[in-house]
Design a protein around this ligand. Structure first.
Ligand code: ATP
Length: 251
């Protein structure tokens, strides 16, 4: 994978149900901070709240990264936004234009979903010790595929044609971005990356509806704060929405 990815231990396997599930059960050796597990065929990829992430043989890049949190103990606020930014920048470095981020965890190209991110936390001795970061990217979707719940999807091949990087090339580009951004995030928090995220906000100043277990809210999307929470301008005034299991939809 070249020098950029050298700080990662990278493991590549032929098949598994879910790369996140595989890594959730792992305890990294003492000197390892980041462990990457790439899977050729993911058989039962997961999204948030029991939703499904669909992978296609030879047409998807699917991997997970276990990141040992420095320091352990606190929930990593805004991490899914940092990961989205790493994927967005890697796609841009590969030549994709129109890359946008949809709070809290999707990567779009001109409004079409190209990648999904699932972050799950690992607790050890009652403390949050690590995050497992799952990333799935569409490289080449089957002709005419329909994905339930998604009006518009895209893939790298559609965006770049023959110039699209191969799986190893795209993986190296993402890991390189991720390594740098996680360092910044660990040192300075999400606030240091907020501007870069907001530049790519797919719904900046647009009306959106947020829904989740705690109810729903509608308003104009103002941006995000230093914790990665979404800021909405509603009829009742400003609202701050923490990125739990909530979904955002355009209105
Ligand atoms: P949404 O994009 O609907 O807001 P979400 O962010 O709330 O989704 P996630 O857990 O991130 O939910 O992603 C799961 C959803 O992604 C699935 O419900 C499905 O609609 C969509 N999806 C699944 N596989 C793919 C894929 N290969 N490409 C694009 N979208 C997919």
């Amino acid at each position: 994978l070249g020098a950029h990815a050298s700080a990662f231990a990278v493991e590549w396997i032929a098949a598994c149900e879910s790369s996140n599930t595989e890594l959730l059960g792992r305890d990294l050796p003492g000197d390892e901070r980041l462990h990457v597990l790439v899977v050729d065929r993911q058989l039962a990829g997961r999204g948030r709240r029991g939703r499904e992430w669909q992978s296609f043989d030879g047409g998807s890049l699917t991997f997970s990264v276990q990141w040992r949190l420095p320091p352990a103990g606190t929930a990593p606020q805004g991490l899914s936004l940092v990961v989205g930014l790493a994927v967005a920048r890697a796609l841009e470095d590969s030549g994709v234009s129109g890359v946008q981020l949809k709070w809290p965890n999707d990567v779009l190209v001109h409004g079409r979903k190209i990648a999904g991110i699932l972050i799950e936390l690992v607790a050890r001795q009652g403390r949050t010790a690590a995050a497992v970061i799952g990333i799935g990217i569409n490289l080449r979707l089957p002709e005419g595929v329909r994905i339930p719940g998604q009006a518009a999807v895209t893939d790298l091949r559609h965006e770049l044609g023959d110039g699209a990087p191969d799986r190893a090339g795209l993986l190296a580009a993402i890991l390189s971005q991720l390594r740098g951004l996680l360092e910044t995030y660990a040192a300075a928090g999400f606030g240091a990356l907020r501007g870069a995220w907001e530049q790519r906000n797919a719904f900046a100043d647009l009306p959106v509806r947020i829904s989740g277990d705690a109810g729903s809210a509608c308003g104009a999307c103002i941006g995000v704060d230093d914790d990665g929470a979404l800021l909405l301008h509603t009829e009742q005034g400003a609202r701050r929405i923490l990125s739990g299991d909530v979904s955002l939809r355009p209105m």
